[in-house]
Design a protein around this ligand. Structure first.
Ligand code: PXG
Length: 457
């Protein structure tokens, strides 16, 4: 029996606390979108309304909804061995196979994987491993992690502290000690601040050199690692200038600092390579991942660690005092195996790199013709627009996040999930989108932008 939407909404408001929500929704339950079903790149609400999921759930349903091979693999694994752990000298076939499959697609020299239940846990694991590594090498003073403002690395104490979201730091006494944030390589924002277009390459170099300055200020002997998303996702799809990553890579190597590329969003195909690190041709020491590894079918995350780091930890002959009940959960591992098999079968990396990615990119650029759009940027299956009041002079609306919120609501009403982040509108559609589904996205974005312009007039 299906339950009517209002009853569901009211029951939801009674007992369910939503993440990243102010609890006012409990006073207006009818505003909650009740999603009941999904297929391909579409979600359906409880009343059967079809909505194109331009965010792949939360940047995770990369291979789309309803893949029977994944469903089947999960059921088969549940029937065989629904759960067991890999603590205390045990293992199981799914994690053996999955570790090998991941090692096959990671950058050279990165063949060791620690599993977690989420990206946040992967970053907590990273922080402990990084410090354990330097302590094992006899330099325990190397403990500070440098991150970036407006980064997102999760919601646990370490994840939210590593992240650079001021609203998150304002709650719960964050950041925890030992984390320092530098500026992000946000080119458009720098233009807004300057009131004119500035030199992109030079800005990218300078943004990277902020890391060098920060390391020197703290002293190289006190800094353990630098963490960054290859492309900032939750912060608003901030695509760094091409000069940024080579410079960061150089600085980390020269100053003997570990480089952590947070691949939770960029990993598993979103940039048209297996990892964002491949796209930028950087050589990280660790890569947290989650989301796309299972396409969100079941929760799984992990940390890819370089062979070199693991060899130091192995030689230290000390037990790693760290692990989660659901590290390497066999049923979640089975979902990941089937998902990665599907990625290979569909040749999805090549499709994003040479097919649908460039198709989206071309179409997306044309949004710059809209009077509300100051910049339309995209890379692979990540895209954003800057909503502005005066594009010639890089001036945003005074109430810019309100304007983006209006646009987001129009999108939803027009059958498209698109996110608003500050003044930005962003999408991260499933990698399996066809060109005609991209056309549909663009049509709905144009329509919603026109409606937004009318709403604010
Ligand atoms: N790192 C990055 C780069 C992420 O994007 C995490 C770590 C944490 O992963 P878990 O699995 O613990 O959520 C993320 C997650 C948003 C949004 O609104 C983004 C994320 C999660 C929830 C919402 O854009 N990213």
């Amino acid at each position: 029996m299906t339950i009517d939407t209002l009853t569901l909404q009211q029951q939801d408001a009674k007992h369910h606390l939503h993440p990243f929500s102010d609890f006012q929704y409990q006073n207006k339950p009818h505003t909650t979108h009740m999603i009941s079903r999904a297929e391909g790149v579409y979600i359906f609400d409880n009343d059967g309304r079809k909505i194109l999921d331009g965010m792949s759930g939360l940047w995770c349903v990369n291979m789309g909804y309803g893949n029977q091979s994944v469903h089947k693999a999960v059921i088969e694994q549940m029937e065989k061995l629904v759960y067991y752990n890999t603590f205390f000298g045990t293992s199981h076939p799914p994690v053996v196979r999955l570790s090998e499959m991941i090692a096959d697609v990671t950058p050279e020299g990165m063949n060791q994987i620690f599993f977690t239940g989420s990206g946040s846990e992967a970053n907590d694991t990273m922080m402990r491993l990084v410090r354990h590594y330097w302590a094992s090498k006899g330099t325990p003073s190397k403990s500070i992690i440098i991150s970036r403002k407006n980064a997102y690395h999760g919601s646990t104490m370490a994840g939210a502290s590593l992240g650079g979201m001021s609203a998150m730091h304002a709650q719960g006494g964050l950041p925890i000690p030992g984390i320092v944030h530098i500026d992000q390589p946000y080119y458009y924002e720098a233009c807004v601040e300057a009131g004119e277009a500035i030199d992109r390459a030079e800005f990218g170099r300078q943004a990277a050199q902020a890391l060098e300055i920060q390391i020197d200020e703290l002293g190289e002997d006190n800094v353990a690692a630098f963490i960054a998303e290859p492309i900032q996702g939750a912060g608003g799809v901030i695509i760094p200038p091409e000069t940024y990553w080579p410079e960061i890579d150089r600085i980390c190597k020269e100053r003997n600092i570990l480089l952590v590329a947070d691949e939770v969003i960029c990993g598993f195909g979103r940039t048209g390579e297996w990892f964002g690190s491949d796209y930028y041709n950087i050589k990280p020491d660790m890569m947290p991942f989650a989301k796309g590894v299972t396409s969100g079918y079941l929760p799984l995350g992990g940390l890819v660690v370089s062979d070199e780091i693991v060899s130091v930890l192995r030689d230290a002959k000390v037990e790693l005092a760290h692990g989660y009940t659901y590290s390497a959960h066999p049923t979640c591992a089975a979902a990941a195996i089937a998902n990665i098999e599907l990625m290979h079968e569909c040749n999805i990396i090549d499709r994003v790199k040479n097919g649908v990615g460039p198709y989206l990119s071309n179409k997306w650029k044309s949004l710059e013709e809209h009077p509300l759009v100051g910049e339309a940027r995209s890379l692979g299956m990540l895209a954003a627009i800057e909503i502005v009041k005066d594009k010639d002079n890089f001036i945003r609306h005074e109430n810019s996040s309100e304007v983006a919120g209006i646009c987001r609501d129009h999108c939803f009403a027009n059958g498209l999930v698109m996110r608003a982040v500050g003044n930005k509108m962003i999408i991260a559609p499933p990698l399996v989108c066809t060109n005609s589904e991209i056309d549909e996205i663009l049509e709905k974005v144009w329509q919603s932008l026109d409606m937004t312009a009318a709403s604010i007039r």
